[in-house]
Each structure stands twice: as structure tokens, then as C-alpha cells.
Design a protein around this ligand. Structure first.
Ligand SMILES: Nc1ncnc2c1ncn2[C@@H]1O[C@H](COP(=O)(O)OP(=O)(O)OP(=O)(O)O)[C@@H](O)[C@H]1O
Ligand SMILES: [Mg+2]
Length: 484
């Protein structure tokens, strides 16, 4: 097994480097605003990319596009390089793919309604228990009737259709009321107004596209433009990243311990993930984070305050980069005490004090050694990135976008026949039949045989279509976790 080191910091000219064999043990980058979190993220992403590890990261403030443009060395940089012990530093750019859920500033990312499933969707729509029950029923009814739920209008059509058949459906699927249906429909409208329409549908994202290496073997860094998303639809942001994580977990094989991860995933503004999330969802996040490690995926959370992250998740994080925290109020100080307890003691470092003292781009750092034990906490300066800090020039971004290896693949939405069209056709057929002679001498028993046959075929086809992307298993997982 070859050794891949990630040189992330240094002190007194001595480099501090993490062995990537432990990079699937996840991490945390925390600190008050303006203390250096994003640059630390950038330095990690560069290190992984250079070692051939693909990276997925969300750009919340628009300051990660600098990765496509080499840095400019200033005097300050030279001084920092000396302090972190980086002798062969060279400014350079990195292979980047730009993504955007709204399809404006990067490749659109889509997934289908049925892949998102009712658990994530009900959290996204903030449904109450009764409404959630009705949403679950909608998915089950769609399954049983072979209606494909791909985009927003499929689900809308489905709910509309359910509204016309509440009595029959309630007998079979439990109480389905017009008011619950209407509530869900209203929430879907809000979602539509936020522009989420573009996110649900096909062609759905293929994971292999965010797990690429380029021609020279470097990991491609996928940057998701999350500026609009985080500000206007923070829930969709959280649910999307969660879906992606669950999808990775579902689709990737078990790999055991690798010399370096297969993919590294950065969760910026991680508090959005947990804020107001229902308990089953938080449990699910904990579980996915615990299990995804064995699939060779490292998850790195970035947030201002480590206490934003539930203890069960915090306890699983191997790398910790703690930038400065402020100690203005008694609450701040209590918080700092809690954070200090998460580090392995070093007699030379007074964590509680130094957390408030570290400078810009400086941090208390700890990670796991190659045996999996945490190193004693070190106060260190984070390396400068090789690419530009902050946004790249518009030209550099455009050039990268124009040269994308997956250009054209996702740009056009695909609208194949699904629930919306199926239900429309059904309604038209019913109307036509109604207008024909209703007193005709149709052989009802023969008709029902062909009807059953048709339904069975349609159902089997539907199942096949569904299972091609592992939707069943995925939703199965979500549901087991909720029940568990
Ligand atoms: N490792 C570093 N090397 C060189 N300069 C750095 C480093 N870290 C931080 N800086 C400097 O500090 C500035 C602020 O850092 P950064 O944007 O990473 O803070 P942040 O914690 O992400 O802030 P916010 O919470 O507002 O997003 C950078 O623009 C850069 O000038
Ligand atoms: Mg930042």
C-alpha cells in the first residue's frame, strides 16, 4: 500500500501532514466568521485532488471558484510557506466541474421524486405527521399503480388524482383527506416558486460524474454553486446534500480500508443540516455518516460552531481543524470548554486559551495517525492554497465551463412519460368512454381480464425502470431507519 500524505499545516517550519488512509474517518473545520475555514477547505480539497481523490464541495459564498486559477505569491505567502515548511510549493490550478441545482452557473443536478422518497421530501416540505402519512401513501399508491414519480408535476398530478378518489383510496391506504392533500400541494407550490422544479426530473445525476479523475490522474473537484440555494432554500440545500450522501452510501460497494478515499465530500454550513431536522432524519444522518466510511467516502463538515453538530456525529470525526472562537459571553466560554474536551490533551497546548488566540489561517489541529489513534492537539498554521483565494476571474470560470468533459450531458431536461402524462391519458380515456354509449353490451368479464393483464405488464415495466437506479433499496433504507 503506498502512503499518501496530505500536507495541511505546519509549525516552526515543520510540516504537519495527515496520512490519507484515515481520511475516510471524516472531519470538521470550525471557527468564527472570517477565521480561515474556507481557505482550509480549499487546502484540503487541493491535497485530495492532487492525490487523485475526487472531491464534492458546496460553495456557499462563491469564494471557491479560485480553485481554477493559480495563486499569486505575495510576501505574506512566502512567510507562511516558510512557517509551514513547504519547500516545493508551486502556484497551480485544479480540475474543477461547476454544478448548479438551478442549472445557471454550472451543470444542472437533478434527481427524481421517487429517488428523493417520502422521508426526505416530507422534511423538505415540513409536513406534519398526518400529512407525512398521506405523502407516504402517495408514493405507495404510485408504486402499486405503476405511476412514475419523476418531477414536481408528477407528484402534483398524483395528489390531484388522489383527491378525486379519497374514498376508495382511504379504504385501502388509510385516511387520506382533502385537507392534507391540499396542504402538501400548497407546500409544493412554494417549492416550485423557489425554483426547485429544475431539480426534480431527468436526466438524473450519475454518481460516476462526481467521482472522476482527469487525464493526469488528479481528482476532479465538483463545486456546487450554493449561493442562491443556501439563502433562498436552505432546506433544499440540506436535503439535497443528504440525498447525495445516502445515494453514495447506497450505490458504492464496501471497500474496507483504502490507502486513500474514493471520494471526499464537504458539507459547508453544516448547521443547516441539523437545524430543525426531525429526529428520524438526524438519526439517519448519524447512521449514514457512520457507515459510509466503509465505502471509502470521507465527509468533512464545516461550520462556525462545533456544537452545531450532534455529539454522535462529532464523536466520529477524525480530523479537527479548529480556527478561532470568540469568548465574549459566558455562553461562548462554556462552548469553548466543550470544544476543548474534544481534543486529545497536549501538555504544551492550553486549548481553552489558545482557541481564542489563534490568528487568521491558524488553528488547533488534530487527526488520526495511521493506526487510528488521535494525535495530541497541535497549534499550527494552515498551508496557503496553490490556487487563488476567493473567486476566480469570470474568464477563468467561463473557460473551465466551456471545456467541461460532460458538456451537454445534463443540459437538456428530459420529460419522458410519467405520472403526469399517465394520469392525463387515463382521465382523457375515461372521459371518452363516458361519452360513448354507456349502455353498450361490453363484455365486462373479458374487459377486466385484459385490464388486469395490462396493469400487470405496466407494473412490471415500472418496477424495472425503478430498480435500474436502486430506488427501491434507497427508499427501503430510509424507511427502515425511520422505523428503527
Ligand atoms: N491558510 C491560509 N493561507 C493564507 N491566507 C489565509 C489562510 N486562511 C485564511 N487566510 C486569509 O483569511 C481570509 C479569510 O479566510 P476565510 O475566507 O477562509 O474565512 P472563513 O472562516 O471562511 O470566513 P466566513 O465565515 O466569513 O466564510 C482569507 O481571505 C485569506 O486572506
Ligand atoms: Mg467561508
Amino acid at each position: 500500500m503506498s502512503v499518501h500524505l496530505l500536507h495541511l499545516a505546519g509549525t516552526g517550519g515543520q510540516p504537519l501532514a495527515m496520512n490519507m488512509v484515515m481520511a475516510n474517518r471524516h472531519g470538521l473545520i470550525a471557527g468564527a466568521t472570517g477565521t480561515g475555514k474556507t481557505v482550509s477547505l480549499q487546502v484540503l480539497a487541493e491535497g485530495f485532488s492532487a492525490a487523485g481523490v475526487p472531491v464534492f464541495m458546496a460553495d456557499v459564498k462563491g469564494d471557491l471558484s479560485g480553485l481554477v486559477q493559480p495563486s499569486e505569491i505575495s510576501e505574506k505567502f512566502v512567510e507562511r510557506l516558510a512557517r509551514v515548511g513547504w519547500k516545493d510549493y508551486k502556484p497551480r490550478s485544479f480540475p474543477v466541474l461547476f454544478w448548479d441545482l438551478f442549472g445557471k452557473t454550472g451543470h444542472p443536478i437533478r434527481t427524481t421524486m421517487s429517488e428523493i422518497g417520502p422521508l426526505l421530501l416530507s422534511s423538505l416540505l415540513q409536513l406534519n405527521e398526518t400529512q407525512t402519512g398521506v405523502l407516504y401513501a402517495a408514493f405507495r399508491i404510485a408504486d402499486d399503480n405503476s405511476f412514475l414519480l419523476l418531477d414536481l408535476k408528477d407528484l402534483q398530478a398524483m395528489l390531484h388524482w388522489m383527491g378525486q378518489h379519497t374514498r376508495d383510496l382511504s379504504a385501502q391506504y388509510g385516511n387520506i383527506t382533502g385537507s392534507s392533500l391540499a396542504a402538501i400541494q400548497r407546500r409544493l407550490l412554494v417549492l416550485e416558486e423557489e425554483g426547485a422544479e429544475a431539480f426534480f426530473g431527468e436526466p438524473a445525476l450519475q454518481l460516476s460524474d462526481i467521482m472522476q479523475t482527469d487525464f493526469s490522474g488528479q481528482g476532479v473537484i465538483s463545486i456546487l454553486d450554493a449561493r442562491k440555494l443556501v439563502n433562498e432554500s436552505p432546506r433544499l440545500y440540506a436535503i439535497f446534500l443528504l440525498w447525495l450522501l445516502a445515494e453514495l452510501f447506497e450505490e458504492l460497494p464496501e471497500v474496507g480500508d483504502l490507502e486513500k478515499p474514493k471520494l471526499v465530500f464537504f458539507f459547508d454550513e453544516a448547521h443547516l443540516l441539523f437545524e430543525g431536522a426531525p429526529k428520524p432524519l438526524v438519526d439517519k444522518i448519524e447512521q449514514v455518516v457512520r457507515l459510509i466510511r466503509s465505502k471509502g467516502v470521507g465527509v468533512y463538515f464545516c461550520t462556525q460552531n462545533p456544537t452545531d453538530i450532534p455529539d454522535d456525529v462529532l464523536g466520529q470525526l477524525g480530523l479537527k481543524i479548529q480556527h478561532a472562537l470568540r469568548a465574549f459571553t459566558p455562553r461562548d466560554r462554556k462552548n469553548i470548554r466543550a470544544v476543548a474536551q474534544n481534543f486529545r490533551d497536549n501538555p504544551n497546548v492550553d486549548v481553552e486559551r489558545e482557541i481564542t488566540e489563534v490568528g487568521l489561517g491558524e488553528a488547533l489541529v488534530s487527526f488520526l495517525n495511521e493506526k487510528g489513534a488521535p494525535i495530541p492537539v497541535v497549534r499550527a498554521l494552515i498551508c496557503p492554497p496553490q490556487s487563488t483565494i476567493g473567486p476566480a476571474s469570470a474568464d477563468a470560470i467561463r473557460q473551465r465551463r466551456d471545456n467541461s468533459p460532460i458538456k451537454g450531458k445534463y443540459d437538456q431536461p428530459l420529460d419522458r412519460e410519467s405520472a403526469y402524462e399517465q394520469l392525463k391519458e387515463r382521465a382523457e380515456k375515461a372521459a371518452k368512454e363516458d361519452s360513448q354509449d354507456t349502455a353498450s353490451t361490453r363484455n365486462s368479464s373479458r374487459e377486466s381480464v385484459s385490464d388486469v393483464l395490462y396493469k400487470t405488464i405496466a407494473r412490471e415495466t415500472g418496477k424495472l425502470l425503478f430498480s435500474t437506479r436502486g430506488r427501491k433499496i434507497f427508499r427501503g433504507l430510509l424507511e427502515t431507519l425511520t422505523r428503527g
